[in-house]
Design a protein around this ligand. Structure first.
Ligand code: BGC
Length: 271
């Protein structure tokens, strides 16, 4: 039996049209879940999400696209209500949507600060709250064997690695770390599991500048002991595991998927 079988499970992946979100949606669908691919309510994001829905369908999987700005309370309420109305329940939330707005600290505008906090931290709060409200109405349906609901936050190595010129981003991810752990502690007795994945440098649009030339990629790889940039699928497989019953005894944990980026690579043979 495929232990990571997610047949019959319903998942929402925020920001699921591209990058890590798209790979997570694909990995969950390949394991049998029906995936709601949430996207920003604008044309280019909708098109990307619909493309991913089609890619999943091509592989025999099941997915739909649904718009909502994760930082908008009313839109998130609607996203979750529509999902539960359409599919009867929700089992998995992958809290993925995230943005970067780098700036020198003294030049950072309040708008840049707020935009990152609104999506990366408040957005994760709003989605997790909507999921927990639903999960708390559910009873364990398989004896004591598995969770009634599962939340996977997509954090970052920057929940622990300070990041100059991205103080807003690092602060948001540091916030995600204790949001995740505090929530995990609070809802474990309800058999709700809550974990994070902290990706390192993954080849997506958000950090294209860091890998789109040979020279830049070589610089980046110096920070990665494992010697390669990560691919969205590296994270997708980890999401699938954390969302599955295989990881049933895991809660309140951050799983670093970073090729060793958090291992202080500068200390190898030094210090
Ligand atoms: C950021 C990327 C960055 C990576 C490693 C991620 O959280 O979104 O832009 O390359 O961390 O620094």
């Amino acid at each position: 039996m495929d232990q990571q079988g997610l047949d019959g499970r319903i998942a929402i992946v925020t920001g699921g049209g591209a990058g890590i979100g798209a790979a997570s949606a694909m990995a969950l669908a390949q394991a049998g879940a029906t995936v709601v691919i949430n996207h920003r309510p604008r044309d280019s994001s909708r098109e990307a999400a619909e493309k991913q829905v089609a890619a999943i369908a091509e592989q025999g999987g099941s997915a739909v696209a649904m718009p909502a700005d994760v930082s908008d309370e009313a839109q998130i309420e609607t996203l979750f209500a529509q999902t539960i109305e359409r599919f009867g329940k929700l089992d998995i939330l992958v809290n993925n949507a995230g943005i970067e707005k780098p700036a020198d600290f003294d030049q950072m505008t309040l708008a840049d600060w707020n935009a990152v906090m609104d999506v990366n931290l408040t957005g994760q709060f709003l989605c997790a709250r909507a999921a927990v409200r639903h999960f708390k109405t559910r009873k364990p349906d398989n004896g004591d064997v598995r969770a009634v609901g599962n939340i996977v936050f997509i954090s970052s190595v920057h929940e622990v690695i300070p990041w100059a010129f991205q103080t807003n981003y690092a602060a948001s991810k540091g916030g995600v770390m204790l949001l995740m752990k505090s929530l995990a502690q609070e809802v474990a007795p309800y058999k709700i599991r809550v974990n994070s994945i902290a990706p390192g440098a993954i080849r997506t649009k958000i950090n294209k500048e860091a890998w789109d030339s040979k020279e830049k990629l070589a610089e980046l790889v110096k920070l990665i002991p494992y010697g390669r940039i990560g691919e969205p699928e590296d994270v997708g497989r980890a999401v699938r595991w954390l969302a599955s019953d295989d990881s049933d005894y895991v809660t309140g944990t951050t799983l670093f998927v970073d090729g060793g980026m958090t291992l202080y690579p500068g200390f190898r043979g030094a210090g």
